[in-house]
Design a binder for this molecule. Structure first.
Ligand SMILES: [Zn+2]
Length: 258
């Protein structure tokens, strides 16, 4: 890429740079993850600044000079996602989704399906209060791994091919394991985990099947182990508990006075 470029993008991350600039990590359909610089974006009157807050979905005009980082010359908003930004659990889920995409997909590789999956999920997080629930986050993350070419073995033991019963999951072996192959490999699973993972693969993101928190934590561990062993990528663990963080945190409890 050289000279002027126009592209759709999702702003994954924004960092302060110099006096008034921002360096942005953006994800584009045809050029994957890119670093760009928005000069003057932190000045109060900047036309760029407010439109480039993660996780905005924007149309970017870029100029690529001799250096390896393109300069943002114009931006228009495609989706500002205002409701997403009002809820802490939606912000957490969007931040993690952007972090995953940035870690799993490298620079200058075209990934249109991953771009559309990310835009779809951000749209759900804006419209739908349930989109930040663990099952939706896990389903998104699993679909990202599939898009990265990593399909876990869920139909039979990943090591010996036995149909089961399947009692453990090993990221290193790439899927579920039978009782002969585990232990020592993998971690013991709840019997509901295989169906939860197969259900997430077989359902659209918006219809991700629900599961108990215990199963969700194992699902998350399975995905982080897979990504670490096969892609060399450390994904952040999801926070999966029974409580939801939907709105601003409650005021701290007043300590009783003795
Ligand atoms: Zn086996």
């Amino acid at each position: 890429m050289a000279g002027p470029i126009q592209t759709e993008a999702v702003v994954l991350r924004a960092m302060k740079y110099g006096e008034a600039d921002r360096i942005l990590h953006v994800f584009t359909p045809d050029h994957g993850r890119r670093s760009v610089i928005a000069r003057g974006a932190r000045r109060p009157k900047s036309k760029l600044g407010g439109r480039l807050e993660p996780p905005s979905h924007v149309e970017l005009q870029l100029h690529e000079g001799r250096g390896d980082i393109a300069t943002v010359t114009g931006v228009s908003t495609i989706a500002a996602l205002p409701r997403l930004r009002e809820r802490l659990d939606s912000i957490d889920a969007a931040t993690l989704a952007c972090d995953d995409v940035g870690r799993l997909f490298g620079d200058d590789e075209p990934h249109p399906p991953i771009f559309h999956l990310l835009v779809n999920y951000l749209g759900q997080l804006d419209r739908d209060l349930d989109a930040s629930r663990p099952e939706r986050q896990l389903s998104f993350r699993l679909k990202l791994l599939l898009g990265a070419g990593l399909a876990p073995q869920l139909g039979a033991c990943a090591r010996c091919g036995s149909p089961g019963p399947l009692v453990a999951f090993s990221g290193e072996e790439g899927g579920l394991l039978c009782g002969q192959c585990s232990p020592p490999r993998g971690f013991a699973i709840d019997p509901a985990l295989p169906d939860a993972m197969r259900g997430a693969i077989g359902s659209p993101l918006a219809a991700a099947p629900t599961m108990a928190a215990r199963v969700g934590r194992q699902f998350d561990r399975a995905l982080t182990d897979l990504a670490e062993h096969h892609l060399g990528t450390k994904l952040r663990s999801l926070r999966i508990d029974e409580r939801r963080r939907r709105d601003a945190p409650p005021a701290p409890a007043v300590e009783p006075t003795a």
